[in-house]
Design a protein around this ligand. Sequence first.
Ligand code: C5P
Length: 293
Amino acid sequence: MITVRAPAKINLQLAVGPLRSDGYHELVSVFHAVDLCDEVTVAEAGDGVELVMSGEGAADLPVDDTNLAVRAARLLADHHGIEANVRIQITKAIPVAAGMAGGSADAAGVLVACDALWRTRTDRKTLVSLAATLGSDVPFALLGGTAIGTGRGEQLTPVLANGELYWVFAIADEGLSTPAVYAEFDRLNSAPAAPEVSIPLLQALRSGVADAVGNQLHNDLQPAAVKLRSNLGPLLDAGTDFGALGAVVCGSGPTCAFLVRDTEASIDLAVALTSTGLCRTVKRGSGPAQGVR
Ligand code: C5P
């Protein structure tokens, strides 16, 4: 039996460019892994892939072959020409359909855990390329830390970032569909520019000054997510009014991430945001977190 922990991600920057002919958008993302982790346990099983999920939002998720975690197990087994016989148990802490890449984290966790269970010794490069075929955010869940993603987000370069960043996450009642948010982005932006990484953000990360990082948070999908969810605008404003150093929608939303100075500030902001009634629940975390371990 093997257990791994797989981190959620947020995007400190998400610059979205034109729609490509393969249906994906060219993008530049500064990914940041946070210590909100799903736990993935795999164990020997006789016949096929069995998936059991528990925890945050698990009841709403499919456990058949449409689940990315099941596909990850099959993909690794196919790659090595072996039978995919495994029981996967996932305990979710990462909110579902929240823009924090929880499904991608689970898939990355299954790749690493099954590779250990089956003793298939997949080299890192192969594991990352298998991850990329599963989804744009899966390779980053393997890597963790803070990294620039290019292409559709799957080509990664680690970023030099100093210090720890403290976050409060405001989680909505209902998730948002990633394709729907990208489609809304297309409606709002007829000719998006080629995406470029923000140099001021990279400088702020290198300096380790949280205020500077807070000023540089930016997500091109935010207007689309705010348009689809009317409470997000007021929620982001509330966080800033309550003293957050920066506020940004996570990925395609609807989770909002608020950067704060330290643990104490995160407790204060979590209480204040809860009292607004603009979100379902509030979680606290810090980053950069390690990739799947
Ligand atoms: O790669 P993943 O399966 O996570 O992407 C989900 C959906 O998000 C895609 O089908 C696409 O609609 C949208 N997407 C995109 N451009 C990207 C990444 C995702 O349009 N770079």
